[in-house]
Design a protein around this ligand. Sequence first.
Ligand code: PLP
Length: 377
Amino acid sequence: MIPIPFNRPFATGKEIDYIRAAMAAPKFSGDGPYTAQCHTLLEQSLGIQKVLLTTSCTHALEMAALLLSIGPGDEVIVPAFTFPSTTNAFVLHGARPVFVDIRADTLNIDESQIEQRITPRTKAIFLVHYAGVGCEMETILAVARRHGIAVVEDNAHGLYGRYRGRYLGTLGQLATLSFHETKNFSCGEGGALLINDAEFNQRAEIIREKGTNRSQFFRGEIDKYTWVDVGSSYLPSDLLAAFLRAQLEHRDQIQSMRRKIWETYALELASWAEANGVRLPILPQECEQSYHMFYVIMPSFESRQALISHLAGLGILAVFHYLPLHLSPLGLRFGGHQGDCPVTEDLVDRLLRFPFFTGMSSSEQAQVIDAVRGFHC
Ligand SMILES: Cc1ncc(COP(=O)(O)O)c(C=O)c1O
């Protein structure tokens, strides 16, 4: 019995060649040739006018909050079921999160509850396409337009997922990606800001370069650079971009490997799920997922914990996911109460993610499937 991790980073083999080439260049700080190549690969494959690599999705979210000038007194609508980075981005600048419950089917923000939470202070909606399955964007974009507020897609999970044929990350004014080692495409730690509204282009470059107009200087557009706005250091080294380029140019190979693993789980676990009252992921017709994760919803907290222990006993690491943000220590300080988001509160206790990573072998997956089938609620 071989232990099976929850995630194992994948390399295509080209990463090392590109890193060697990046090291041989006269400079390998940010915005070198590999960063430019990653920008082009993402812009062309997504059909987006501007992409900027960042040091993480967390930092891309912070850039989005700065670009939208979110500050003290502002409110931002977010799902209660997400990673803290989605909220930290604007809480850092003094804004207040307004937590909205999720839909029971996709675990995405419940679009039917957004409008009632909008006040004159609402500045933006930061949403998450959970597991790379799109939120109900038509409704959300219409609500945002009606109230003149921005939409930021935290697309940490969803690169190359689609909603009504359009790529996730191309629908809000701004969107973010993660290239953390647990994501479909990775460079260890990394991210990107996707800019769908060209009005943000120039300021985004400045914010990313410590509040200076250094990007314009490097392009020869000005003869010296200086401090022009607030900002920070959000650009990754070209060494990381070299690694990422190898991953991005193997998009089809990586996505088809992940798709096969996802479909095998769904097929092989269908009867087990039905017999044990377990729910498999639900995909609305208008969504094409990104094959980021495979999760199940167990009948109860107790059965979820028992399955984690059963699998751990067989050397398999299965894990739960986010805890409700409105009930976290900081969420409580923002006025969160038990019962505010009942769907989130229920599902987080029952959700379980199985090992899922590019390069997972058929025998490893068969071991997980056999182990799961050996468990009865
Ligand atoms: C929805 C979501 N947003 C943001 C992040 C943070 O990503 P990063 O580690 O690239 O900062 C995560 C982390 O997994 C996430 O799940």
